[in-house]
Write a protein that binds this ligand. Structure first.
Ligand code: NAG
Ligand code: NAG
Ligand code: NAG
Ligand code: NAG
Ligand code: NAG
Ligand code: NAG
Length: 285
């Protein structure tokens, strides 16, 4: 049995100090019986054409070096790497990072996602200097301006499942508790990643995830996650699943397990608690 649904993507690019809302596209996401873990599912990218570089310039060669450095560090245990490629001309420096979803860190899925991202981005944004691209399994960002250790909440991407949750009052209570837990745990986690599962009823569980880029401080990660979580009622109220993606952090919840539950970064069940049910093999409701 395959699950099929619509996910609408809405994004708010930052144009100076004005937030513009654009309903950009509608995706049809079908989760097939045996999804390949190596697939890099593209979500969205942002690269304003107002900051561009000259092809074959020093900036371009620095960018190429940066992308190759990022790609060759995609197997790091943390699933995160930041790098700088610079030359004698200071204004040609490129700063970049990638972040894999915590549960796929150090796996082929991470490696493949980063590799896809680094080759895909030069097609999608051939001359843009400031870029963010999101996939299911990873994100990649670079800029001609250093952004390390600085929390960024724009551009932002909202995605939601059009299915409405049942028992909304209880659903929202469980969601709120779990998201709160995820924010606290991720902010204090060495890899800035946490997941949590909570049950709404005997039949419905909420799986939630929060993650920050690892250059952020605990305090900034916490602020970023809480800001993103606070978007859920605006963007995605009552929906069965939703994501808010910022350059510095991501939050997501679904009624099916969308992350590997045996990940070492995932919180362990407390003593005496029943282990979470095994993820359904090859199907999601
Ligand atoms: C930049 O993008 C805008 C909107 O997509 C487009 O109208 C404009 O022509 C583009 N400018 C350049 C220089 O490509
Ligand atoms: C980055 O690029 C933009 C657009 O070309 C430019 O205005 C800005 O000064 C650059 N920043 C740095 C640090 O060179
Ligand atoms: C950039 O360099 C490549 C290979 O060196 C060349 O084929 C291409 O024409 C150059 N492009 C520009 C815009 O100069
Ligand atoms: C990575 O980011 C940190 C700040 O979080 C910075 O101090 C460090 O220089 C960066 N590393 C590289 C290789 O750019
Ligand atoms: C979800 O609920 C909203 C508002 O209650 C309604 O307009 C919409 O049609 C519902 N969507 C589905 C897929 O049932
Ligand atoms: C799910 O939560 C409800 C309400 O808290 C509880 O009664 C029930 O036992 C839980 N079910 C499972 C399978 O944990």
């Amino acid at each position: 049995m395959a699950w099929a649904g619509f996910i609408k993507i809405k994004m708010l690019p930052m144009t100076n100090l004005m937030l513009v809302s654009i309903l950009s596209s509608i995706f049809i996401v079908t989760l097939l019986s045996f999804p390949s873990p190596a697939e890099a599912d593209y979500l969205y990218h942002v690269c304003p054409n107002t900051t561009t570089f000259t092809p074959n310039s020093t900036f371009q060669s620095n960018l190429n070096r940066l992308l190759s450095t990022l790609s060759s560090n995609a197997t790091r245990p943390s699933g995160f790497y930041n790098a700088t490629a610079s030359s004698r001309t200071p204004n040609d420096a490129v700063y970049g990072l990638f972040l894999c979803r915590g549960d796929v860190a150090a796996t082929d899925a991470c490696k493949s996602c980063v590799s896809t991202a680094t080759s895909d981005i030069v097609q999608r944004c051939p001359t843009e200097k400031q870029v963010v691209i999101w996939y299911d399994d990873c994100m990649l960002r670079y800029s001609n301006e250093s952004f390390f250790s600085t929390m960024a909440e724009t551009p932002r991407l909202f995605m939601w499942n059009t299915q409405n949750a049942t028992e909304q009052t209880r659903f929202n209570q469980v969601l709120s508790t779990r998201m709160n837990e995820v924010a606290t745990e991720a902010a204090n986690d060495a890899d800035k990643f946490a997941t949590s599962q909570g049950n709404v009823s005997g039949l419905v569980s909420i799986y939630s995830l929060g993650q920050c880029t690892q250059d952020l401080s605990s305090a900034d990660c916490n602020r970023c996650l809480r800001g993103a979580i606070a978007q859920f009622p605006n963007c995605c109220s009552g929906k069965e699943g939703a994501r808010v993606l910022y350059p510095s952090c991501t939050v997501r919840y679904e009624v099916y397990p969308f992350y590997q539950q045996n990940s070492t970064s995932a919180p362990q069940p407390s003593p005496g608690a029943l282990p979470p049910p095994l993820p359904p093999k090859g199907k999601v409701k």
